[in-house]
Design a protein around this ligand. Sequence first.
Ligand code: FBP
Length: 543
Amino acid sequence: MTESPLLSARKNYQLHLPEIFENLASVCFEKEKDTSSVSDLEEIQSLFPHLFGLPLLSANIAKDKKDFPPFRVGVVLSGGQAAGGHNVIIGLFDALKTLNPDSHLVGFLNGPSGIIEGNIHELDREFVSSYRNTGGFDLIGSGRTKIETEEQLKSSLQTIQELKLDGLVVIGGDDSNTNAVVLAEYLVKNGCTTKVIGVPKTIDGDLRNKYVEMSFGFDTACKTYSEMIGNLERDAISAKKYTHFVKLMGRSASHIALECALQTHPNYTFISEEVLERKLTIKCITKELADLVEERSKMKKNYGVILIPEGLIEFIPEMKSLIEELNTLLAGSEFTSLDPSASIDKVRNTLKGDLLSTFEFLPEGIQKQLLLDRDPHGNVQVSHINTEKLFMETVSKELKQRDFKGSFSPVAHFFGYEGRAGFPSNFDATYCYALGYTAAALIKEGLSGYMACVNHLLEDAKKWRVMGIPIISLMNLEMRKGKKKPVIQKALVDLNKGPFATFKKHRKSWMIADDYQFPGPIQFFGDPQITGRPPEVLKLKDS
Ligand code: FBP
């Protein structure tokens, strides 16, 4: 099959690197400051005695230039797809070959299970280059296996030793980077010198802090969704008959919904963190939406666009308590072999008081979705819960009770998987290539338990700053599968500043005035200031 003209053009897109990498062999890392963990210091130190307290590092150029022996490095893609992952691998490959042309890069197939099982693919230039600037993770595949049992850790160690790896790069989100540091600690404890480096990936945008300004994939996902939301808005003002309920991917935090709202100005956008702060119940949310539909209808606007972050369900206080209780119940052995209907009955017989009333209030479809298996990291699979349909149903009922005379024709959408594998934006493509180089630089300096970090992202790529962040410095203890576990703390939307404040200032006028914006498809060609433009939330972060 012939390549599409766009695919050919994308493969030739020229990637720029931070200036410091012009001299990769001389890149060294200098201490910025000491670190500990976000909280639970004692417990986390006892779990990671070898890697706790590593310093925060920033890259510099050493005076002397060293020669390096060939490196042997393994790379794994972990968790959900995020556009740009292929460029991390290509950046890593190019950097290792620059350090020594005889270096080897092996890919672990289909996620962390590839490490446990020793399932690898030796990567060569021709093969990796054919994936340059493409989306998805099909170069080596991905998976969600959590390396946690002694047996899994032992098998991983064995694979790493058999392959004689100098380094292992784990490209993943908060849970996968947690996985990376657990493995790094295990390797040190067992006298293995292989260095483990994490790379911040996730469309959710919640792997973020003072230094990691953005996880890769977020920009492409938001631009993809914003194109589609803009199209729906155009459709809505053309036909004037549908109210579109759009659920947007992004497991917990509402960064994606906020970014898409800033790009497209829909009539209503839920920000889960605010719903939690305002302690909104399903009833309150339903009332607010019904009020909006009525008000717009009075102005003959029987249409609209509403954005719902997929994590919303976990932030509604009554649902949060219910989900926490269900997580604990489902972790119990008596639930493991039950079919969905039997599970619903058992849950009904076990829950009490308010928790039972909340559960009973939900449509049966949602009840079943809440009982689906948790992912290997213990997360509720919110992408499978039809929150948009839940609110379409409750708002319809509410309007009937109010004897609403206008017309309300809701249409459900879920924009999720289609945002994770498209061609990376110029921003993500360039950022990822630099992250791959950073991972190689950290390994060559013999560092382990670090996350590759490239920041100052609002500046020209040449001026981006390169750092190493100790993964443990991002960790706290959280309840997972009924037990306290060390995990990277998710960054939620900050309700006190920046992007949210801008959104809050304008949202009232967007409710009624139809200030819809139509960003159109991702721009790949033209003025680099426009095509390389990073997400709005990053631009507004310090405002
Ligand atoms: P990561 O945290 O692994 O990056 O994945 C994020 C995500 O895309 C969420 O937005 C979504 O809820 C989830 O993955 C879907 O998971 P799956 O691909 O297993 O259905």
